[in-house]
Write a protein that binds this ligand. Structure first.
Ligand SMILES: O=c1[nH]cnc2c1ncn2[C@@H]1O[C@H](COP(=O)(O)OP(=O)(O)O)[C@@H](O)[C@H]1O
Length: 459
């Protein structure tokens, strides 16, 4: 077995994934399995901007878990990759030098382990989308094709789109049916297992669910001209004091800072319809420099095929018991009901759920619906094409697997030139032909040689 480690340094936490695969089948599709995932206790590495050394130290426990899971003799040959996403993208926009220091601290810590350290970097939003798409299609077995020497079985499976919702950004990636390519920066060309894929992808920075909430609240404060907000996206009776540093301390919201007040008081009113109306403002549909747009002047081809929706899309829809609901009007009804429940009731019903998550499910659910419907253009007709999923065949749906497959060159561009027959069939046929040849020789001998002998005997 071979092993690989990928660290997903997200905006709210870091996850350490350990994968393994049989060495002799490296280039086959679907052989890589996730054997472990460890969530680092504490916030994402971008939160350590004031105490950079701690960013590296925070990974210790999960890296030790990886050390235990991987057999000692494999440690030296196990590559370790760290990819940081939108949290670090925002930090580097804010202060590039600090972002570099955080990455350096993380690198220093990772080099202390007996693995083959391969680098830490901030991946682009486009990479995050594309690797998510590769991961889920690899796990679903959609890259499997029959070999080119069998022309009659040249079936190519359709790929599934990928919808990823993080804390700071969100990605949409799919293979469009039409070939309109008005915005080349939104397309990536892949040649995988002998087939070419032209994939559309876009990452919306600040539209992950945590930053979207801040963006909305910062706008609300600006529009209301007050730091005392009545907010329909929180359950009635919920009251929260949010620090101005938390609200405005990101490049997504910094420009909205108007007041010197150090706190914003939020009081929930729990009204799904008002919440959705309020959130719709975040998706500018009025201007589009292309023939079609999603929102905010971004090109998007017509949606096609099925989509796997993971990360926070799954966490939120799973909490609301909506992962298998294919009827969009029922999804809305459930959200309406949930949002109107009093905060006291909600807390009593779900005493074991973290208050931070619980208090935001009304907002997060409504945001997800608005993003998918208003933003990307899903309707009641194709809502059923979205599959909210956490894992596929035992591995978490995340960009990490695709990242590792790419960096280890484990997805060949062309189909491996496999012999037309398996070893067993080849041996079988050889035995059969040898037997046939022996029979022909024997019959020939009987026919031509023996009768002459017999004739001689008669004379
Ligand atoms: O159990 C949960 N319920 C609700 N939200 C969750 C849960 N677990 C994680 N999240 C949230 O999901 C989002 C995705 O986090 P992640 O850190 O993977 O994305 P990122 O890399 O873009 O920050 C974050 O907003 C995080 O707080």
């Amino acid at each position: 077995m071979k092993y690989g480690i990928v660290l997903d340094a997200g905006s709210s936490h870091t996850s350490v994934y350990v994968y393994n695969w049989p060495a002799e089948k490296e280039n086959d599709t679907g052989v890589v399995q996730q054997v472990e995932v460890c969530k680092v206790d504490g916030p994402g590495i971008s939160s350590y901007s004031k105490d950079v050394e701690k960013a590296g130290l925070s990974l210790q426990d999960c890296m030790n878990t990886a050390k235990q899971v991987i057999p000692k003799k494999e440690h030296r040959d196990t590559p370790v990759y760290l990819g940081a996403t939108a949290g670090m993208r925002l930090l580097s926009l804010d202060n590039n030098k600090i972002a570099d220091k955080v990455l350096l601290s993380v690198e220093k810590s990772l080099r202390l382990y007996p693995f083959d350290f391969q680098g830490c970097r901030i991946i682009t939003g486009q990479e995050e989308g594309a690797y998510g798409w590769i991961s889920i299609n690899y796990m679903l077995g959609n890259f499997k094709q029959s070999s080119s020497w069998m022309p009659f079985q040249q079936t190519s499976t359709e790929t599934s789109g990928a919808l990823d919702l993080g804390g700071a950004s969100t990605q949409i990636t799919f293979e469009p049916t039409d070939s309109i390519n008005e915005s080349p920066e939104n397309f990536m060309l892949f040649r995988l297992y002998g087939k070419t894929y032209n994939v559309y992808t876009h990452s919306f920075l600040c539209y992950g669910k945590d930053q979207a909430l801040r963006l909305r609240l910062a706008n609300d404060v600006k529009n209301a001209g007050s730091t005392n907000l009545q907010n329909p996206c929180f359950n009635p009776g919920y009251v929260k004091n949010m620090s101005a540093v938390d609200l405005y301390g990101s490049p997504c919201t910094a420009k909205y800072k108007l007041f010197s007040s150090s706190f914003i008081l939020i009081t929930g009113t729990g009204d799904y319809h008002q919440c959705q109306q309020n959130l719709q403002d975040m998706f500018n549909k009025t201007e589009c420099p292309y023939s079609r747009c999603s929102f905010n002047r971004i090109f998007q081809p017509e949606l096609s095929g099925n989509f796997g929706a993971f990360s926070a899309f799954y966490f939120v829809m799973n909490f609301l018991n909506l992962t298998s609901e294919k009827d969009l009007s029922k999804v809305k009804e459930t959200l309406k009901e949930f949002c109107s429940e009093s905060w006291q009731q909600v807390k009593e019903k779900f005493p074991d759920i973290k208050e931070k998550y619980l208090s935001e499910y009304c907002f997060s659910g409504t945001y997800i619906l608005t993003l998918l419907e208003m933003g990307y253009g899903f309707t009641s007709e194709n809502w059923g094409n979205i599959n909210f999923l956490r894992k596929i065949k035992g591995s978490d749906a995340a960009w990490t697997l695709g990242y590792m497959l790419n960096l280890t060159n484990m997805i060949p561009a062309e189909l491996p030139s496999s012999p037309p027959l398996s070893h067993a069939s080849y041996v079988g046929l050889m035995v059969l032909f040898s037997f046939l040849l022996a029979s022909v020789v024997f019959i020939g001998w009987l026919y031509f040689w023996k009768p002459r002998c017999l004739q001689k005997g008669i004379i």
